[in-house]
Design a binder for this molecule. Sequence first.
Ligand SMILES: CC(=O)SCCNC(=O)CCNC(=O)[C@H](O)C(C)(C)COP(=O)(O)OP(=O)(O)OC[C@H]1O[C@@H](n2cnc3c(N)ncnc32)[C@H](O)[C@@H]1OP(=O)(O)O
Ligand SMILES: CC(C)C(=O)C(=O)O
Length: 792
Amino acid sequence: MPCMLIDPSQKYKPYTPLHLHNRQWPAKRSTVPPIWLSTDLRDGNQALANPMTIEQKTTFFKLLVECGYKEIEVAYPAASDTDFNFVRGLIEKKQIPDDVWIQVLTPAREDLIKRTVDAVAGSKRAIIHMYNATSSLFRNVVFKNSKEETIQLAVEHTEFVRRLTDECTETYGTVFRYEYSPETFSQTEPEFAVEICNAVKAAWGKAGTDTFNKIIFNLPATVEIAPPNHFADLVEYFHTRISEREKILISLHPHNDRGTGIAAAELGILAGADRVEGCLFGNGERTGNVDLVNLALNYYTQGIHPNVHFNDIQYVIDVVTQCNDLPVHPRHPYAGDLVFSAFSGSHQDAIKKGFEDQAKRHALARSRGESEIWEMPYLPIDPVDLGQTYEAVIRVNSQSGKGGVAYLVKQHLHLDLPRKLQIAFYQVVQVIADREAREMTVDDITTAFREAYHFGGGKHKGRLTLSSFRVSSAPNPDAADEAEDIRQFDGTISVDGVLRVIRGDGNGPISALLDALRTHLDIDLALREYSEHSIDTEADLQNSRAASYIELVPANDRKSAVSWWGVGVDRDIAGSGLRAVLSAVNSHIGDRVLPELKLSVGFNARSGQSDVSSAILNSLGLELPRRLQAAFFEVVQRAAAGSGGEIAHDALSALFRETYGYDSPPEKLSLKSFELDRVEAGTSLSGEFLYEGKVQKVQGIGNGPLSALLACLHKVIDGALVIREYSEHALGQGTEVGAATYVELVYEVTENERTLKTSGWGVVSDTDIAASGLHAVMSAASRVGVVWKTPV
Ligand SMILES: CC(=O)SCCNC(=O)CCNC(=O)[C@H](O)C(C)(C)COP(=O)(O)OP(=O)(O)OC[C@H]1O[C@@H](n2cnc3c(N)ncnc32)[C@H](O)[C@@H]1OP(=O)(O)O
Ligand SMILES: CC(C)C(=O)C(=O)O
């Protein structure tokens, strides 16, 4: 079976080094970019299994123009009708900008040269590029020509090119330049390459010293057979020995067989070349032509603008891959999918620190009016310059570390995690990455973060969430100084979806909340670490928010190895701290059953009238008027008296419903139906009362609906009803909005010569505000025990 030879010297010859004395190129530095020629549409195209269609070539040509290429080899027109017609199309449809030179390639054969010149006739500017191979291998094997015959071939056909182009200029006004390639230059004897080019120059006979009448000698490494320093030696040899150097542009055309095409081009430029031919992303025969994107961006990262643009490199990649039907390798310099990515922990850590440090350095440089120099571990270019985002820079798998994970959390959630939390969250991510055995996407990481810390509302919220709170200050009886005042936390938290009112004291909001949690929910935790920062964008300082990070430990073991981290964000710094506490508490409680929350309303108890009212607001949405608050608090206290002053939240709302008939079936007296009419004297109400299950038609007039209703009532009851208090508010939201109405009635009636005065509340909600008020009056009337006089 064929395999690698033990002694490859028996099969392969090494290159013959050039003994160049006093070579200059190693000490040189390139400070201006070369002239670029894209040969994508010729050398790139000829290397494709399926050459491009005219449409694809046109798309590619437009892209090259957009990128800023001014010299574009558009075809080998003699090769096919497609190539010929493409060139004609560009010219006839006037698709070639005035400052762009199209270039066309031809071998040294008269019929093919003629077809080539015909292809560009009528264009404004064209470079005719003729080639013949010059190395001994080609002379001997392919052409079977001596050196003299090889020179003769080149000279005669150069003269032919000159004749045809002169005629074409005369007929069509096309301006021509001439490029000659001693194909296989890098395998040609260096002195022969110089000799044949001098002969071609003489045959062309009109090389001048202006940029556009210089003759172009294009020196190809048709096949790369030696290291790039050898290529540089050959170029320097040519550059220093060719006659009338000032009338020549030396162009390089490196291929990449040894993988050093870029190096060959860069060293060749140091050795004296002015121009480089290549293809975007290195398409081309075999291993490709030199990559023009790579070369150009190598200049860019030296602080030298390459005069071509890749502001949106992804767009360039998309067009090129679509036209060539070849992918760009994920590790391709500057362009691959993975080149702005770091998976490994130490790289990520360095990049994260690099960004943080650079932000400070740049701010300082900005303030001093200095340049903001890019200096970033592992990243030779700022991805943003190529239209890429940082999102892809740090990617996470099982090789990643806390730094990279924290970087992504910072980028995407704007949270700058303290070091210990980075470590804690990293462990969460590691478990998932190991389990899934795949890369963690940004979405995976942010979701894991939200889940781990119950962060970000809706989907990820924990069992305890903060609904509303008030932190107030109360004097500390044990302290002489106001600075030591006690902080009191009064808040409503949702516990497993049910709103609860809790209260606690401490020396700050956080310890007050911890106290409340201890008192009401048996959650006994203490604070071990706390930090916060503001989250703001320079553009939107007004909307800045605070982020807090909290580590909680069991209150009886402050050195505990186990701890729970919490994260909270709020517009208000106290709010963010409180949310962070609940975030950590949620991790701590897991799904453990929590004690039933009770209000303590007895003598000396911690909960008062406002707690009871908050509980009703939270459970039923009712904002009780002050007098009703007081009335109901008395009811609650009486009810709680039998249970040591404690009452559960659920029992509280049941008690309210029962006491005021709220949301309950019709009472003893109710309004079955009604109609309101505007009449001259005010409002007329006609309808039906339902009293102890019997219907009574009624009709009354008043200033408004309520007084009309009282008029109706006064026709059927003994005594007098007066409205002492009336209030209403909207209930619910959106299309579900209704009204809640509170009515307090005072009833005075004389029975057996004794005048009795009672009062009572009616509380009703209805989608119709008028109905809500009328029903509330009826409910209150029912509750004060009106005495019915009219037989029903
Ligand atoms: C290194 C490079 O990339 S050079 C550019 C290479 N690109 C291409 O070849 C793509 C386009 N080429 C073609 O379509 C065809 O080869 C054509 C149309 C140019 C010519 O086709 P054909 O006439 O069928 O010739 P063929 O393709 O076999 O080419 C080989 C012939 O050209 C000769 N030849 C090769 N290079 C040259 C040259 N630079 N100058 C003159 N003759 C040449 C060969 O000696 C050979 O001649 P022979 O038939 O007398 O032995
Ligand atoms: C025609 C020449 C320049 C060529 O394409 C090569 O040598 O690779």
